[in-house]
Write a protein that binds this ligand. Structure first.
Ligand code: SF4
Ligand code: SF4
Length: 343
């Protein structure tokens, strides 16, 4: 019987980008497969829940879990993986802090379903069919009915550590292959960081590793906030000093400033530095402090802040579900979800 460490990988509410980052290890994947046994990875191989249930408790060395917890099924699976695993890692921004799907917490579940299935301009749904626990589909051509059952959604999206105990976090949306590789090396070497650590990335702000840092003034002051879809940044000059809302000063480094290299401001996917409890709170306080108005006029501040249409989506793009104010109050059991619908 193999003595290799056993690794499980499970995805919850995810876009698939985190799995892609695993594939992006490219030839290093061969070393991963040499070093570990993959015992569960439903995105790539035909594993079933029963395969995990049959494993002895604590027999999986490392379980990597990406995506936020949006469904009862996710909740059950991560609890099962916690029981079976020595180390559980929240992989990527969605698992660590709720990520982009966590922005749905701005709505209660009924509102989110209505927005997604009835209102958005790209939807065509004349019968107004919404997700339902059980759907009976009539198939006249085959003279039969088929039954589909969907897992029940939770009232809000939760980061992994609000559901189970998490040992480590790997940041990024998605984590870069190098960050994943560094984290994997640390974990497989047995040289484990303290519990709760963010592994594979640094604890210094992104500005420290950004090639434009030398053009960033010691005290940044801006009169307006610009957006990259409305204005073109000058090359080779700190984006924040030009007024673009770059999250670099308040974001953990480790990605080698990939977005900045593409002339795009940092949007904060590596999350908060150690000692910060609320990423968006830190960001808004920082951006408020660099506005160059003296004496400050309310209308000037308002004009500067109004230039960003979606502040919550900007400063909490990856972390709303783990913020101090993490969801809309009154997110109760949805009325919109029916037990059975026949179509
Ligand atoms: S962290 Fe980013 S890449 Fe990973 S599942 Fe979430 S949205 Fe996708
Ligand atoms: S461009 Fe952004 S990350 Fe780079 S130095 Fe300026 S503020 Fe920091």
């Amino acid at each position: 019987m193999s003595e290799k460490p056993k690794v499980a990988w499970y995805w919850c509410a995810s876009c698939g980008g985190c799995e892609e980052s695993f594939v992006d290890l490219a030839e290093r994947l061969l070393k991963v497969f040499e070093a570990v046994d993959i015992v569960f990875c439903p995105v790539a191989m035909d594993f079933k829940r029963e395969d995990v249930e049959k494993l002895p408790d604590g027999s999986i060395t490392v379980a990597l879990i990406n995506g936020g917890i949006r469904l009862k099924e996710h909740e059950e699976m991560v609890k099962l993986l916690r029981k079976k695993s020595k180390i559980v890692i929240a992989y990527g921004a969605c698992s660590a802090w709720g990520g982009i799907p966590g922005l749905a917490n701005l709505y209660n579940l009924d509102e989110a379903l209505e927005r997604k299935y009835l209102e958005v301009p790209t939807i065509e749904n004349p019968k107004e069919v919404l997700p339902t626990k059980k759907i009976i589909v009539n198939i006249p051509e085959a003279k039969m009915k088929a039954e589909l059952e969907l897992p029940e959604p939770l009232p809000v999206l939760l980061p992994l550590d609000k559901v189970i105990d998490v040992d480590y976090y790997i940041p990024g949306c998605p984590p870069t292959p190098d960050v994943f590789w560094n984290a994997l090396q640390a974990l497989l070497s047995g040289n484990l960081p303290p519990k709760g650590a963010i592994v594979g990335a640094s604890n210094r702000s992104l500005c420290d590793e950004c090639s434009l840092n030398e053009t960033k003034p010691e005290k940044v002051l801006v009169k307006e906030f610009k957006r990259p879809d409305k204005a073109k940044p000058e090359p080779n000059k700190c984006l924040l000093a030009q007024g673009f809302l770059c999250m670099g000063p308040v974001t953990r480094g480790g990605c080698t400033a990939l977005c900045i290299k593409g002339n795009m401001p940092c949007t904060g996917c590596f999350g908060l530095l150690d000692g910060i409890v609320d990423y968006g709170g830190k960001a808004i306080s920082y951006f408020g402090s660099i506005l160059d108005y003296s004496p400050v006029e309310d209308k000037e501040i308002k004009k500067a802040f109004d230039s960003i249409p979606d502040w919550v989506g900007t400063i909490y793009k990856y972390s709303l579900a783990s913020a101090k104010l993490s969801h809309k109050a009154g997110a109760k059991k949805p009325k919109r979800i029916k037990e059975v619908v026949e179509i």
